[in-house]
Design a protein around this ligand. Structure first.
Ligand code: HSE
Length: 322
């Protein structure tokens, strides 16, 4: 049954890997995108905000294509749609912008037709599109997730991030595609490096689950991807090495980068020093960047109520950053 009033979904950004958990760990962040979908006579796509510049507004738009896949999977006739989207999540910076668009669209399209698909199915569809479950899992379920993908099905466990955890992201001006950041990775790794990462990923997950923030510094180290990606983000190696001396619990490349992420304990109040350190190191390398303080977002993609007669952009104006 099609909802005539339409559906609006708010979906969080995410960071993947958190250092050692390559392609398995993801955490939702308090930075958001909104997607609205309504049945229409002809398909129209409205994109708002600077992050959306240059994205197609015809039926080649990712959102439109992903919505069609939900209707096909549910065996529903493909409807014409009026789609609106606004995002505060910067594109190709390692903060899960495409994952949030995919998850927001899957949830909205599914809700529009009475939610015939369950969350597990939406997670599998999202992971098949992204090829790894970390960002999409975090955007769909919120919190911190650890996930496994076998090529057709994803299993996951969601952990509530500790209350005192804060996240500082330093977002470079330049873009870095995930494809490029994966091309630099080796096909094979040594047993020693595999053990190094398995042990730290396990420790990180257990430390988060039990609130042991003191273990984050050791647990966030990685040998599988960051050393190879360091050349793509000048200054990164020094930030990962020294951030803990400037107030971070630990630091990592956010997803495939180029954003750098530092976790902090908000009770320690060392944010200003850390922010100066991150920006200073990047600026020394000639990289312009901006910082944003975020919190882990404990809620995944959520469906919002649409008030009759209210315009999409007016209704989210109080919540957006721009
Ligand atoms: N786990 C992925 C990677 C995340 O590091 O390539 C990309 O968004």
């Amino acid at each position: 049954m099609m909802s005539e009033a339409g559906v609006r979904v708010k979906v969080p950004a995410s960071t993947a890997n958190l250092g050692p958990g390559f392609d398995t760990l993801g955490m939702a962040l308090s930075l958001y995108a909104w997607i609205e979908m309504k049945p229409a006579d002809t398909t129209e796509i409205h994109l708002y905000g600077d992050q959306m510049l240059g994205i197609p507004t015809n039926k080649n738009n990712l959102i439109y294509e992903v919505a069609q896949s939900v209707f096909r999977e549910a065996g529903v006739d493909l409807p014409e749609l009026e789609i609106s989207m606004y995002s505060d999540i910067p594109l190709t910076r390692g903060l899960g912008s495409s994952a949030s668009a995919i998850v927001g669209t899957l949830v909205a399209a599914n809700e529009l037709i009475g939610a015939p698909l369950d969350q597990a199915k939406l997670f599998d569809m999202a992971t098949a599109l992204e090829k790894h479950p970390d960002n999409v899992g975090a955007s769909l379920f919120g919190g911190l997730i650890t996930a496994v993908w076998d090529g057709s099905h994803a299993d996951y466990l969601r952990i509530e991030p500790p209350d005192d955890l804060e996240v500082l992201v330093a977002i470079p001006e330049f873009q870095l595609s995930t494809a490029k950041a994966r091309q630099v990775l080796p096909e094979q790794v040594s047993l020693g490096d595999a053990v190094f990462n398995i042990s730290r990923t396990s420790l990180f997950t257990a430390a988060m689950a039990s609130g042991r923030l003191d273990l984050i510094r050791t647990a966030m180290k990685d040998r599988l991807h960051q050393p190879f990606r360091a050349s793509l983000v000048p200054g990164m190696a020094r930030i990962l090495e020294e951030a803990a001396e400037h107030g971070a619990l630990g630091a990592a490349l956010s997803g495939a980068g180029p954003t750098l992420l530092a976790l902090t304990d908000r009770r320690e109040g060392k944010g200003t020093e850390l922010e100066h350190f991150l920006l200073g190191v990047l600026n020394e390398q000639g990289i312009e960047a901006r910082t944003i303080w975020l919190r882990p977002c404990t809620q995944g993609a959520q469906t919002l109520t649409i008030t009759k007669g209210e315009q999409f952009i007016d209704s989210i104006k109080g919540e957006i950053r721009a």
